[in-house]
Design a protein around this ligand. Structure first.
Ligand SMILES: NC(=O)c1ccc[n+]([C@@H]2O[C@H](COP(=O)([O-])OP(=O)(O)OC[C@H]3O[C@@H](n4cnc5c(N)ncnc54)[C@H](OP(=O)(O)O)[C@@H]3O)[C@@H](O)[C@H]2O)c1
Length: 318
């Protein structure tokens, strides 16, 4: 494993972070709770020390069980909570109660990083004016060490709330969307996180678009029809097959996607979600692999650098 410092938090974190959400949720629904706990143990065995949870993922109990007996200072635990759940705007008391329930399920007294989950400008005033003061009282009690936000990429593909959070210097860590076909954080976010030493966790590096070949083909065809990508990418099994070759090229599209995210300047941790130990092992191998060849990176930037709001939705046929 490779480790890095998560910005001004000073936390030493693995560059690959285990996402306990996404559509896989550690395989909790597909396989079961013992399997989900086993996924966490398998991650620790691979040297992953950053485990990303959320109240809404339903996996905190499984994570808590997996971590029994493991020294608390040997891993970095994060969780998050939405400010609006199923259309209900949480009161500060409800929000804090949810956070405390997370701590109980995770079987810990504190998390290292707490994220306001899926923050966007529409939720901003309530989150910052109403929820945050109550949350900071929990921080004073030692229940979390660093405050963070995760963005809401589908609603704000140009990172509006993230940018506001950085401009107001509210957060020590940001979780943001970045991928082969969603690169605008390079101009909009990373210059600020780097300057302010704010830690970054990347999500949506693979998601559905790079794990469902039909979604990639469908997306490319739609973008080509709109004149946003060259028409010669259409009609291929893998429209990004130019990335797959010998001499340092990618082994497959997921390998390309993880390596692309990992080596973006400003990226600290690449999150991945999976319900499969085999997938986990190959994802970690990709995240630890060298950068894609410079010519490939340049081509990805030339072809897709201008795209906004691509690959952020779920695949419709799932
Ligand atoms: N707003 C937020 O706060 C927010 C939003 C989204 C995500 N997140 C965080 O980021 C983490 C990652 O989520 P993500 O949105 O980036 O998507 P993701 O969960 O990483 O999606 C990856 C998808 O690809 C599949 N996959 C993974 N490795 C594979 C492999 N080697 N071969 C084939 N398929 C593979 C997974 O299914 P399999 O189970 O079959 O492997 C999954 O469907 C989440 O778990 C969560 O912690 C946070």
């Amino acid at each position: 494993m490779q480790y890095t410092t998560l910005g001004r938090t000073g936390l030493k974190v693995s560059v690959a972070g285990l996402g306990c959400g996404g559509s896989s949720r550690l395989g909790l629904e597909r396989v079961g709770k013992a399997h989900a706990s086993g996924m966490v143990r398998a991650a620790l065995d691979l040297g992953i020390n950053l485990i990303d949870c959320a109240r809404g993922y339903g996996t905190e109990e499984a994570v808590g069980e997996a971590l029994v007996g493991i020294p608390r200072d040997s891993y970095v635990l994060t969780t998050k909570h939405l400010t609006i759940v199923d259309g209900h705007t949480l009161t500060p008391d409800e929000y804090v109660a949810g956070f405390n329930q997370s701590l109980r399920e995770l079987r810990t007294d504190y998390v290292d990083v707490f994220f306001i989950h899926g923050l966007n400008l529409a939720r901003w005033d309530h989150a910052i004016n109403d929820i945050l003061p109550a949350l900071l009282r929990e921080k004073e009690k030692g229940k979390f060490r660093f405050l963070a936000m995760s963005e809401s990429p589908n609603q704000e593909p140009k990172h509006d709330a993230t940018i506001r959070g950085l401009d107001e210097d509210l957060f020590d860590v940001i979780m943001l969307a970045f991928s082969l076909m969603n690169q605008n954080a390079r101009e909009l976010v990373f210059p600020k996180t780097v300057a302010q030493k704010v830690g970054t966790l990347l999500m949506f590096v693979v998601r559905d678009i790079f794990s469902h070949p039909e979604m990639l083909r469908d997306t490319i065809a739609k973008l080509a029809a709109e004149g946003k990508v060259p028409a010669d990418l259409v009609g291929k099994d893998n429209p990004l097959d130019f990335l797959i070759h010998a001499d340092g090229g990618a082994a497959n599209i997921l390998d390309a996607a993880y390596r692309y995210g990992r080596h973006e300047p400003g990226a600290d941790v690449v999150l991945f979600g999976t319900g499969s130990v085999d997938h986990m092992k190959s994802n970690v191998a990709s995240i630890l692999a060298p950068a894609l060849p410079e010519a490939d990176r340049a081509k990805v930037r030339e072809l897709f650098g201008h795209l906004v709001n691509v690959g952020l939705e779920n695949w419709r046929n799932k």
